[in-house]
Design a protein around this ligand. Structure first.
Ligand code: NAD
Length: 506
């Protein structure tokens, strides 16, 4: 562990403003840790209003020229950016593992899913095409267009340091906006590298900027008169705050919140297949995924057989540093978060759930200061228990029992979170019914983590998303543009001028 004396001389992450690294004016800083060792690795500045003003001013100044850059030329810069991201995929994944803790293979996969959004955004000349109607009236034509908004901002969580920012800024920038990213203060480094690579791809200075910090920086973004739209991904209480504040300040907003994702295992399911799939879904990335399955609903008589399979597999997970060979699961992001997750296991026991597998007290030899926790599994959990109601965001899977498919659907539709869900079954009819009746944004049929591919949109319902548009895909394009409809007449010189009545063009 680093002593406080070392921290004074430690690297401080820069901001990225107007195409170059910049030091923050604010004197406040936080610490970035390597979760596998517990060591503080660098400091991160907590921007103040002056820092945010500088970034917004750069983005505002860059907007007119970028808006007027033809979409095809913007797309060509994105094409070069895609090549650079691909070439630096392993380096970006290493940043993710070093600051978040997840395994390198998992980090690499998440970088790849982010690059796919850049591939989607490369089609921007086609994606922003409008419509045209000839002769909506005699000699009158009508066309629509979508135009960029101006300075947009993104505020992102710790759990996907590359992928979640890439859900936002490539689409916003392809649409002709300029952008300010405030990544999580726990994982700031990958965003800086993504900004450098974008410049190398030919992006003009000021179009993409990165600031760091906590509530003070976020509030300065939300309150700035020149930020037009805010995309947020994080926990539900902060998502709700972002949504309400932006609405009050007249800004467009999409705020994605937390989750409690259920997998329903129907009596006809292949239990080995379901148990295998649930291992990655529940414990991959140490359960720190917004699409992680954290609750399994076992329907009918299969409960005991399913729990036995889950216990067997979960107790064999290989847990260690994310850089280790063949690891299934790394540490949690911070000591505080690890302790909070462990305290939920205490609560589950106190509230009467059956603890089938206890991950508390798990240690990795040689990494005793790392923020590790073993996999925990609870059975016979009921909907009123805290471990079911709260988002734990760690390697804790809870199993509930339901008598029927109907009861399982009712349970899920009654939960305040509604990000993702999955059903395991061999019946097409049962799966179709589940997909139609379930009130959740993203649904998997025998697919445990149904994260939509980049050309569809990602988003949940109820307390998992505040706003109208999901991220990336066509909803992302709509979010970062506004519509305009132009009605045109080229009058012949002898055409009478329009009168004072409501025009009926025909
Ligand atoms: P968080 O809400 O603590 O932080 C998210 C962002 O908000 C960070 O950039 C942080 O600096 C900022 N922030 C924190 N407190 C703030 C405050 N009081 N005022 C203003 N800004 C504040 O979330 P996290 O812990 O970084 O990430 C985990 C959460 O994100 C989980 O709840 C997870 O489900 C959720 N998540 C959701 C999705 C989704 O698509 N719905 C995706 C990933 C993560």
């Amino acid at each position: 562990m680093n002593k406080p004396r070392d921290i004074q001389t430690m690297e401080t992450v820069s901001l990225w403003v107007n195409g170059k690294r910049m030091d923050a004016a604010s004197g406040r800083c936080g610490e970035v840790t390597n979760p596998a060792t517990g060591a503080v690795t660098r400091r991160v500045p907590f921007c103040n209003r002056a820092d945010i003003d500088a970034a917004v001013a750069a983005a505002k100044a860059a907007f007119p020229a970028w808006r007027d850059t033809p979409p095809l030329r913007r797309a060509r810069i994105l094409m070069r950016y895609r090549e650079l991201l691909e070439a630096h995929r392993d380096e970006l994944a290493r940043h993710v593992t070093e600051e978040h803790g997840k395994t390198l293979a998992d980090a690499t996969g998440s970088v790849q899913r982010g690059i796919e959004v850049v591939e989607f955004a490369m089609g921007i000349p086609h994606l922003v095409k409008g419509e045209h109607s000839e002769d909506v009236g005699t000699g009158v034509d009508c066309h629509s267009m979508r135009q960029p908004l101006g300075v947009c901002a993104g505020i992102t969580p710790f759990n996907f340091p590359v992928m979640v920012p890439l859900w936002m800024f490539p689409v916003a920038i392809a649409c002709g906006n300029t952008f300010i990213l405030k990544p999580s203060e726990k994982v700031p480094s990958a965003s800086m590298r993504m900004a450098e690579l974008f410049k190398e791809a030919g992006l003009p200075d000021g179009v993409f900027n990165v600031v760091h910090g906590d509530k003070e920086a976020v509030d300065a973004i939300l309150g700035h008169p020149d930020t037009r739209a805010v995309s947020f991904v994080g926990s539900t209480p902060i998502a709700r705050y972002i949504y309400e504040t932006c609405a009050r300040n007249g800004k467009r907003v999409q705020a994605l919140g937390g989750a409690k994702n259920h997998a329903v295992v129907l009596p006809d399911a292949d239990l080995d297949f379901a148990a295998d799939a649930l291992m990655g879904a529940a414990y991959g990335s140490a359960g720190e995924r917004c699409m992680a399955i954290s609750a399994v609903v076992a329907v009918g008589e299969i409960g005991d057989a399913l729990v036995a399979r889950l216990k067997d597999r979960a107790s064999r997970l290989r847990i260690g540093p994310g850089t280790g060979k063949d690891m299934d699961m790394g540490p949690l992001v911070t000591r505080a978060h690890r302790d909070k997750v462990a305290s939920y296991v205490d609560k589950g026991v106190a509230e009467g759930a059956t603890l089938v597998l206890d991950g508390r007290g798990f240690k990795v030899a040689g990494n005793e200061d790392g923020f590790f926790l073993g996999a925990s599994l609870f059975d016979r959990v009921t909907p009123e228990m805290t471990i079911y109601r709260d988002e734990i965001f760690g390697p804790v899977l809870v199993v509930l029992r339901a008598r029927t498919h109907d009861e399982a659907i009712r349970m899920i539709n009654g939960n305040p979170y509604a990000n993702g869900t999955a059903v395991f079954t061999r019946s097409g009819g049962a799966a179709r019914r589940f997909a139609r009746e379930i009130e959740v944004g993203m649904v998997g049929i025998n697919v445990p983590i149904p994260v939509p591919i980049a050309f569809y949109s990602f988003g949940g319902w109820r307390s998992s998303l505040f706003g109208d548009q999901h991220v990336h895909g066509m909803e992302g394009v709509r979010f970062y543009t506004r519509g305009k409809v132009v009605t045109t007449r080229w009058p012949a010189t002898d055409t009478a001028a329009p009168g004072l009545n409501m025009p009926t063009l025909g």
